[in-house]
Design a protein around this ligand. Structure first.
Ligand SMILES: [Zn+2]
Length: 391
């Protein structure tokens, strides 16, 4: 048997403010479950190229908070040990591995042209197949990233390599930033935090546009030799960024702008910052670090995940008018995981301090008492990582 944690049939009204701990009411038919409940499932049978991973830790971020299904186990990224394998994957038994949500086929035309993150035949852990918030999860052996030898990482926080860090890495790689070019990162979340570290590792001094209230994040940026551009509500962010770009000695160089939250406001801001011949790299909404308010409400619609019409088009017009390039990133190719793990081994990527470890039972208890939007500390961005008892 395996144990899995799924949203059980209790919901809070969608307008319930965070911190309101009145007892949850039983679920109606049109809304998602709320509290996480533990269930037992039969051990799944494995295809020839599949492995069964005993989960040690699982990321619990925006995709898990936004998950709507009560009959699918959420969880898109985990670290654990391979305990069983199909006939063609037996070599993996005993390996400590990290997995991310995207499990593409690796064979179709889209995969072959670099689109593994949007492979139409992909299994997506926690979305199209049972995810990692369980004692065990099934994954495709070919995409495992073994954390041993030169890639040995013992921390449970290594599960962030499978998703948040891999997505930041994919964004940076897709933008093809040359060393020394102005890099501007809009957002104060874990993916933007990892982007800062990748930019620094590539010899660039990134500038991060963050809320002025995030003083801890500003101090962290300074410790990484990055430039914090704190923005107060109502302030003209474009002017502040232009001043920072100029004082960093970049003059009129084309900018590389990254946006990770997928909120319409941040996307419009990022696009306006890209400027002449700039490159704007956006993370897809389903892959973003946290749901925008619009997404959060969309989840409460009957039979979500229907999405509202694409917001932020005026922002994209700014990039088009500036003769710029807009790059969409929907996820990370699992082939990137070893490169990301290598950066973590070299301490150029700090997954440990980006993770707030919490035992799975405690997380389930916490969710039953508070709103799902309550997250780990967001002054210095962190993400919760659920740890599982090891037998
Ligand atoms: Zn494919």
């Amino acid at each position: 048997m395996i144990q899995a944690w799924r949203y059980s049939g209790h919901v809070l009204p969608p307008d319930r403010p965070a911190g309101d701990d009145r007892e949850a009411r039983p679920a109606g038919s049109s809304t998602a479950g709320f509290g996480l409940g533990r269930i037992e499932l039969a051990r799944p049978s494995l295809a020839e190229t599949d492995v069964l991973i005993r989960v040690e830790a699982s990321a619990f971020g925006a995709p898990e908070r936004a998950a709507a299904s009560t009959d699918r186990t959420p969880g898109g990224a985990a670290v654990g040990t391979v305990v069983a394998a199909g006939d063609n994957a037996r070599h993996a038994i005993g390996q400590r591995v990290v997995v991310g949500p995207e499990q593409p086929c690796g064979e179709c035309d889209i995969c072959r042209r670099g689109g593994a993150a949007v492979c139409p035949h992909s299994r997506v852990l926690g979305a199209t197949t049972d995810g990692t918030l369980a004692s065990h999860v099934v994954a495709r052996a070919r995409w495992l990233c073994a954390l041993q030898g030169e890639l040995a990482l013992s921390s449970p926080a290594a599960c962030l390599i499978g998703r948040e860090a891999a997505r930041a890495y994919a964004m940076f790689a897709r933008a093809s930033v040359a060393p020394g070019q102005p890099v501007i990162i809009v957002g104060a979340d874990v993916i933007s935090r990892f982007l800062v570290e990748f930019a620094v590792a590539r010899g660039t001094q990134p500038m991060a546009v963050i809320p002025a209230t995030n003083t801890e994040f500003a101090a962290w940026l300074e410790s990484r030799s990055a430039i914090a551009i704190p923005i107060t509500h109502g302030e003209n962010a474009a002017d502040s960024v232009t001043r920072a770009v100029r004082s960093a000695g970049h003059g009129q160089r084309p900018r590389y702008v990254f946006e990770t939250s997928a909120s319409p406001e941040n996307r419009a801001l990022a696009s306006s910052l890209a400027g002449p011949a700039g490159t704007l790299t956006l993370l897809a909404r389903h892959a973003s670090a946290r749901p925008s308010p619009i997404e959060y409400h969309a989840r409460d619609q009957p039979r979500g995940p229907a999405r509202p019409a694409i917001p932020g088009m005026p922002g994209l017009e700014a990039t088009a008018d500036a003769d710029g390039i807009c790059i969409g990133v929907a996820g990370a190719h699992p082939d990137l995981l070893p490169e990301v793990a290598a950066l973590a081994v070299r301490r150029e990527l700090d997954v440990d301090s980006a993770a707030e470890l919490i035992a799975i039972d405690e997380l389930a208890d916490q969710l039953s008492r508070s709103d799902r939007t309550v997250n780990a500390s967001q002054d210095l961005p962190r993400i919760q990582v659920a740890t599982f008892p090891q037998l």
